[in-house]
Design a protein around this ligand. Structure first.
Ligand SMILES: [Zn+2]
Ligand SMILES: [Zn+2]
Length: 391
């Protein structure tokens, strides 16, 4: 059962067309930056409906542009097209036909939703410029950046940008539109501890990096527990340790890989400063050299409060009262759209994918599937937003 109100309704056969498109994409998943066939499918549909389609932006990214009236306002809507390198375990007919690849995050659905909206908006009376942005490699956190670096917002200026994601476990007909921090930043921290190798029986002649690793593990744990306040969200996980090869050799070198996630740039900066201080302190106290590399994979996703309010107001006619939530569960996952929100204000919101064993199944799980009931509702969200923005 859906609780959505009937607005800009799609006929059953129109909806079926986009359900078929979604299942077609689901059955033939493409990974990372390599999404040529999905991009081709999207471009062909958009061209058919009168969009000016610009392909090859940051790889297989594309933008469909439709201008109407004399209005100068421009809006950008983004969908992601990439799948995941995992084996699907669903029995249905549209399950992945390619071993080791699966649309387990619903990006097939996000693409179908934006196509359904594009189809209807081609005949709408909006006033301004509509930019439909289809990006590859959301999962690798590189697709948005590649499009931006290739001049996305210089070539297709946007006053505001928007994206949506499905949310398993929340009922269809519910939506989370949150102002401010919404998804986490992600950093890969690499530490290489350079000591002086030697015989395991003569530690006094060596500089052993192993106790340094042990001490670093403890010290790094105190960043979250001792340096951050209760409102500063962060996750610091040490995922890899490497040192030595046999029992009686003191290794020359040891290394660690750490994942750092935060929900604001301020917390991120604070953690990076503490990492630097801890590392330099260990160099002094243990007499080792430590190479510290911090790689930002994506920044925190921060929704503009005004644009979040605009989304809530636009979506209000589509949802039952009480089904537009201002706060969702706190998640420390990362979303590539954060790079785009670093350039242009906007909002990323989440539509309930349904509950129960099937539609409540978590994304990135081999039994996950996007709920086709969201295609009509999601498209209506985009239409309402565009028609409210481009007036
Ligand atoms: Zn994902
Ligand atoms: Zn996703």
């Amino acid at each position: 059962m859906t609780t959505q109100k009937n607005c800009t309704a799609f006929s059953d056969s129109e909806l079926q067309t986009f359900i078929d498109v979604r299942r077609q994409i689901h059955a033939a998943p493409e990974l990372g930056a390599e999404t040529p066939h999905t991009a081709e499918l999207v471009a062909a549909r958009l061209e058919q409906w009168g969009y000016h389609v610009h392909v090859g932006i940051g790889g297989h990214g594309l933008v469909g542009v439709l201008k109407k009236g004399q209005g100068s306002r421009c809006i950008g809507l983004r969908a992601d097209m990439d799948a995941l390198p995992m084996q699907e375990k669903n029995p249905f007919a549209h399950a992945s036909k390619i071993a080791g690849r699966m649309h387990a995050c619903g990006h097939d659905g996000h693409t179908a939703i934006l196509l359904a909206a594009a189809y209807r908006l081609a005949n709408s009376d909006f006033n301004g410029t509509l930019n439909l942005i289809f990006q590859p490699d959301e999962e690798g956190l590189c697709g948005a950046k590649a499009m931006i670096d290739d001049g996305l917002f210089q070539r297709f200026p946007c006053d505001a940008i928007f994206a949506l994601h499905n949310m398993p476990g929340a009922p269809v007909g519910s939506v989370v539109v949150q102002a401010g921090p919404t998804m986490a930043s992600s950093e890969r921290v690499s530490l290489t501890i350079g000591g002086k190798g030697g015989h395991g029986a003569m530690p006094e002649l060596a500089v052993d990096p192993v106790p340094v690793v042990a001490s670093l593990i403890n010290a790094i744990q105190t960043i979250k527990s001792r340096n951050l306040g209760p409102e500063e969200y962060a996750v610091i996980s040490i995922g890899m340790l490497q040192a030595g090869s046999v029992y009686n050799i003191i290794p020359d070198e040891a290394s660690m890989l750490i994942s750092v996630r935060t929900d604001t740039p301020q917390t991120q900066q604070k953690i990076n400063q503490r990492l630097e201080q801890i590392v330099r302190g260990h160099e002094q106290s243990f007499g080792v050299r430590i190479d510290l590399q911090i790689t930002q994979l994506a920044p925190a996703l921060i929704n503009d409060p005004e644009e979040a309010q605009r989304v809530r107001a636009s979506l209000a006619p589509l949802f039952e009262p009480g089904q537009i939530h201002h706060r969702g569960p706190k998640v420390m996952g990362t979303e590539d759209f954060a790079w785009m929100l670093g350039e242009v204000p906007g909002c990323y919101f989440m539509l309930g994918n349904g509950e129960g064993e099937f539609h409540g199944c978590s994304v990135h799980n081999p039994h996950y599937d996007f709920n086709d009931a969201l295609i009509g509702l999601g498209a209506k969200c985009w239409i309402a937003l565009v028609e409210g923005f481009l007036v």
